[in-house]
Design a protein around this ligand. Structure first.
Ligand code: PMM
Length: 301
C-alpha cells in the first residue's frame, strides 16, 4: 500500500482515489443498458454523476458485456461525440471508453481528456499512434480478446502473475508506439476473460499490480463476480446488476485503501463516500505511524 498519491500527467490531482462515473450511451450494456441512450439524457446523467461526487465521467457508446456484438463506427461516433462535447463544455473531466481510434480522436477534439480502451490498443492498430499524437492519458486494461468469446479465455495457472505479465507487455507496446509512460493508467480488467475467483484474487493482490509502477484503475461496478458473491451458494441466483451497488462501494473502499488511483462506477454517491472514508483512514494510519515512531524514539513505549 502506498500513501503517496499516484499522479497521471495531463489530469488533475485528486489527493485520494478518484471516482469515475460511467455514462453508457448504449441500448445494451449489461448493467445500465438503454437508460441513457439519448444525447440529452446521457449529458444530464453525466452532470448528475458529477453532482453526486464523480471526479471524471467515462462516456462509452459500445457495450463490452460478454457476448456483445460490435456497433459500427458511424453509430458509435453519433452516440459518443455530442455527449463528450457537452460534458466537456460544462467543465467535466471526460474520459472516452472506445476501442476505435477514430472515435478517440473525435472525442478528444470534442474535449475528452483520457482514452479508456478496454483492448489497450489491440483492437485497432491506429489507436496507440492516435493517443500518442494527441498526448492524452491512456488506460491500458488487461484484455484477452473480444467480448463475443472472451469467457473461453478465462484460463490461468496464476491469474495475478499472468495479468501482471500481460499488462506489462501491453504497456511496453503503448510506450513503443509513442505514448508517454507518465500518461499510462493500468487496469486489471475485472470480468474480462475472468471468472469470479480470478476477479477476487486480483482485488486481493492489487499490490502486485502496483509493481508495474503506474496508477491503477479498478472497475468492479455491478460485475458478475459481485453477483456470485452476493448469491452465496453455488447455483443460487445472483441479484440483478442494479442491486450490486452496495457491494460495488465495498470494493471501492477496499481498493482505495490499497492505493487504487480511481474506481469506475455506475452509482457514484456510495463510492464517493467510500473513497473519502478510505482516505481518512489512510491519514489516521499515517498519523498513528508517526506517533509510534515518536514514542519509540522518546522511549515512551
Ligand atoms: N468495464 C466495462 C467497460 N469499460 N473500462 C475499463 N477501463 N475497465 C473495465 O473494467 C471496464 C471498462 C464493462 O462494464 P459496463 O459496460 O457496465 O460499463
Amino acid at each position: 500500500m502506498s500513501t503517496l498519491r499516484d499522479r497521471v500527467a495531463g489530469l488533475p490531482d485528486w489527493d485520494r482515489c478518484a471516482v469515475m462515473g460511467v455514462v453508457n450511451v448504449t441500448p445494451d450494456s449489461f448493467s445500465d443498458g438503454g437508460q441513457w441512450f439519448d444525447t440529452e439524457l446521457a449529458v444530464k446523467h453525466g452532470l448528475d454523476l458529477v453532482a453526486q461526487g464523480a471526479d471524471l465521467v467515462d462516456v462509452g457508446g459500445e457495450s463490452t458485456r460478454p457476448g456483445a456484438a460490435r456497433v459500427d463506427e458511424a453509430e458509435e461516433l453519433r452516440r459518443v461525440v455530442p455527449v463528450v462535447r457537452e460534458l466537456a463544455a460544462a467543465g467535466v473531466v471526460v474520459s472516452v471508453d472506445t476501442m476505435r481510434a477514430a472515435v478517440a480522436e473525435q472525442a478528444i477534439e470534442a474535449g475528452a481528456r483520457l482514452v479508456n480502451d478496454v483492448s489497450a490498443g489491440a483492437a485497432d492498430p491506429a489507436m496507440v499512434p492516435a493517443v500518442a499524437a494527441a498526448y492524452v492519458p491512456f488506460v491500458v486494461m488487461h484484455w484477452r480478446g473480444r467480448s463475443i468469446d472472451m469467457n473461453n479465455r478465462a484460463v490461468y495457472a496464476d491469474v495475478v502473475g499472468e495479468v501482471v505479465d500481460e499488462l506489462g507487455r501491453s504497456m511496453e507496446r503503448a510506450v513503443a508506439g509513442g505514448i508517454d509512460p507518465e500518461r499510462i493508467v493500468i487496469d486489471p480488467g475485472l470480468g474480462f476473460a475472468k471468472e469470479a475467483g480470478h476477479d477476487l484474487a486480483l482485488i486481493a493482490q492489487l499490490g502486485r499490480l502496483r509493481a508495474l509502477g503506474r496508477p491503477l484503475l479498478v472497475a468492479a461496478s455491478r460485475k458478475r463476480f459481485l453477483g456470485r458473491v452476493l448469491a452465496g451458494g453455488e447455483g443460487a441466483a445472483p441479484p440483478p446488476a442494479r442491486e450490486r451497488d452496495a457491494a460495488t462501494a465495498a470494493v471501492s473502499a477496499i481498493v482505495a485503501r490499497e492505493g487504487a488511483w480511481a474506481v469506475r462506477v455506475h452509482e457514484v454517491r456510495a463510492s464517493a463516500d467510500a473513497v473519502r472514508v478510505a482516505r481518512a483512514v489512510e491519514r489516521a494510519a499515517g498519523a498513528a505511524g508517526r506517533e509510534d515512531k515518536t514514542a519509540n524514539a522518546t522511549g515512551t513505549v
